[in-house]
Design a binder for this molecule. Structure first.
Ligand SMILES: [Fe+2]
Length: 367
């Protein structure tokens, strides 16, 4: 992905293209990785005002980049990529750290809106337990799941801007723990509640999509997985703008009601975008998790390569949860093995073999 930034924001490790300023270029090449402050000074001294940064080829950790070609949207770009001098800050180093995070969240991480506003799921015990990263991984998996339920339930009951912002933060911490605690993660695949609540659905999808994203990208350090994971949890937040009688309707919905439901991806995107909670990589999750490769999905009907893999990851977890839970306009439900079989038999053209294979593997070699 290419982001155009102001020259004073250049940093060592960025892979840049300054071909548009060739007449001022003090170097022999247009595209290269910045390796010294000297190079940055040369660029500034030459009067070059902006540069295109290739975020995929960059080796720096870059946060809060703003694309000057798209300034009115004021999107923040978060790019994380491994490099020796920055290893301490990348997700790769979180792996295999069973005893705790390399950068443990501060003690007060959960002392925000949820510390004073509780409901039946966010008890003080669960708030204390979430901090205890030394409990056994199977117990820890249940605590993380339960905490996720508490956050999402509170969010759906109080979908106000401050709560949404606080929830995003909590969910980012939760997914950071999932990324950081592989043993806990291995138990999480089987921790599930199959009630019909939408907040339960959000947690089930959030966790399974996060586990799939870790399988796909965990070793590349290319993406901000906790940020992505939080978006998986929030994928159905648009449902808070739809009549709860329709969202929670136990039986089949009418065509008219389904038209309402089909609005939730865009409504969710709008909620998060208005609160500036989306970044360049992850906005697609909320917007496109119901798109399908043949164009039969909604809300845009986009096809195949136009659908971002992050949206497809969320889509697989979403379909799996729909098949295995009592939610989604049905009272029966499939057993996990049957659901996997249905997905493999019927969803291959929608999601592609690589993602589906990785998803199925999540259930193998697990506890
Ligand atoms: Fe959805």
């Amino acid at each position: 992905m290419i982001v155009t930034i102001k020259a004073p924001e250049l940093k060592i490790g960025m892979f840049i293209d300054i071909s548009s300023s060739w007449y001022k270029n003090p170097f022999w090449v247009d595209k290269f990785t910045i390796t010294s402050d000297d190079q940055i000074n040369k660029i500034l001294d030459a009067g070059i005002e902006k540069a295109n940064v290739d975020t995929i080829r960059s080796k720096a950790i870059i946060k809060g980049l703003k694309d000057i070609n798209n300034e009115k949207e004021e999107k923040n770009y978060t790019i994380i990529k491994n490099e020796d001098q920055e290893k301490k800050q990348v997700l790769h180093d979180y792996h295999n750290q069973r005893t705790g995070l390399l950068h443990p969240p501060p003690d007060n991480i959960f002392d925000n809106i949820f510390a004073t506003n509780s409901d039946d799921l966010l008890t003080s015990e669960i708030k204390d337990a979430i901090r205890d990263i030394k409990s056994p991984p199977d117990i820890r998996a249940r605590i993380i799941y339960r905490y996720g339920l508490g956050v999402m339930k509170y969010l759906f009951n109080h979908p106000e801007p401050e709560v949404i912002k606080a929830s995003k933060k909590e969910l980012t911490y939760i997914t950071e723990m999932i990324v950081a605690e592989p043993k806990t993660a291995s138990f999480l695949i089987n921790v599930v509640s199959n009630d019909k609540n939408i907040f339960t659905h959000c947690v089930n999808v959030g966790i399974k999509a996060t586990l799939l994203a870790i399988s796909m990208y965990g070793k590349t350090d290319k993406y901000d997985l906790p940020e992505l994971g939080a978006n998986f949890f929030l994928h159905d937040i648009g449902a808070t703008k739809i009549d709860t009688n329709i969202v929670n309707k136990p039986g089949k919905v009418t065509d008219e009601e389904f038209e309402q439901i089909k609005l939730h991806p865009f409504l969710g995107y709008k909620i998060l975008d208005d609160l500036e909670l989306l970044n360049f990589d992850t906005w697609t999750v909320t917007m496109h998790h119901h798109e399908r490769a043949d164009g039969s999905g909604y809300p845009s009907g986009i096809k195949k390569n136009d659908i971002h893999p992050f949206a497809l990851i969320c889509g697989i977890a979403d379909v799996y949860d729909a098949l295995t839970s009592r939610r989604l306009y049905r009272t029966d439900r499939n057993k996990p093995v049957a659901a996997i079989k249905i997905i493999m038999d019927e969803m291959l053209p929608h999601f592609g073999s690589q993602l589906l294979t990785e998803f199925v593997l999540l259930f193998k070699n697990r506890n």
